[in-house]
Design a binder for this molecule. Structure first.
Ligand code: 8X3
Length: 261
């Protein structure tokens, strides 16, 4: 399939300085797209901008800052306004404790970034795509939105929200030619676990030790493929996992003889 023909012209990437964001930026820059890089840290954005051989624009704000987001989008230079690919990539997991032990602030942060900011950004960009009858929203979901695991609680719920929102967008966008895709990666070797375990590098490294991990570049492959398909072809959801990752049995509690059930 001649995918080169369908390369998006203007790509906005949130969480651009994270491992996924960088890999996406590198791929679309190499394909010749103009790239809008969004992140919290201006210096990191500038360094990524310098590294990319592409027409880029950077906007530094915290995804939790609704006004900052809205200002950055209204102030986009003219040549970056016609976004035809939005990659809602900013997101995080915090903690892996059982629900009754979690920090409520961690839950609030995950909902604020993974869900609230994602819907705000989508709402800001959608009118341009609908008016142009051209566009694609790629949300970075997770297998965590499809399966349940101990300690997943709010992270898993936030990714289930992303999946449901993505597919409901599809329903609303019927007739607009705007595409929506939820990419659902499993465990990928990135800074993800270091963030989840709040800087505990040993615990984070253990997640990826002695196995054959997928990488951010693999996820970028899935994103780029979905984005460069002909306009009649929409990937609704794409769940991807390392071959070494798979499913475990459901659990069943057992009781000692004589123990109250
Ligand atoms: C990250 C994948 O398996 O750690 O979204 O929940 S997992």
């Amino acid at each position: 399939m001649p995918l080169e023909k369908y390369i998006p012209q203007t790509v906005l990437i949130t969480g651009a300085t994270g491992d996924f964001g960088k890999a996406f930026a590198q791929r679309f820059a190499a394909l010749g797209s103009k790239v809008i890089l969004i992140g919290r840290n201006r210096e990191k954005l500038e360094s990524l901008q310098n590294e990319l051989e592409a027409t880029t624009h950077i906007a530094a704000f915290d995804m939790k800052d609704k006004e900052g987001m809205s200002e950055a989008i209204s102030n986009l230079p003219e040549e970056f306004k016609n976004i035809d690919l939005l990659i809602n990539n900013a997101g995080l997991a915090l903690g892996l404790d059982p629900a009754y032990k979690c920090e409520i602030e961690d839950w609030e942060t995950m909902i604020a970034v993974n869900n609230t900011a994602l819907v705000q950004m989508t709402r800001l960009i959608l009118p341009v795509m609908v008016a142009n009858q051209k566009g694609h929203i790629i949300n970075i979901g997770s297998i965590a939105g499809n399966y349940y695991y101990p300690g997943g609680n709010v992270y898993c719920a936030s990714k289930a929200f992303v999946k449901q929102f993505s597919m409901c967008l599809r329903a609303d966008l019927t007739g607009t030619k705007v595409r929506v895709t939820n990419i659902e990666p499993g465990a990928i070797k990135t800074q993800f676990s270091e963030v989840r375990f709040k800087g505990d590098k040993a615990r984070a490294d253990a997640v990826y030790d002695n196995t054959n991990n997928m990488t951010a570049e693999d996820v970028a492959e899935a994103v780029t493929w979905s984005a460069c398909l002909p306009p009649h072809f929409n990937v609704n959801r794409m769940e991807i996992m390392a071959t070494v990752q798979s499913f475990g049995p459901l659990t069943m509690e057992r009781f000692d003889e004589g123990q109250e059930l």
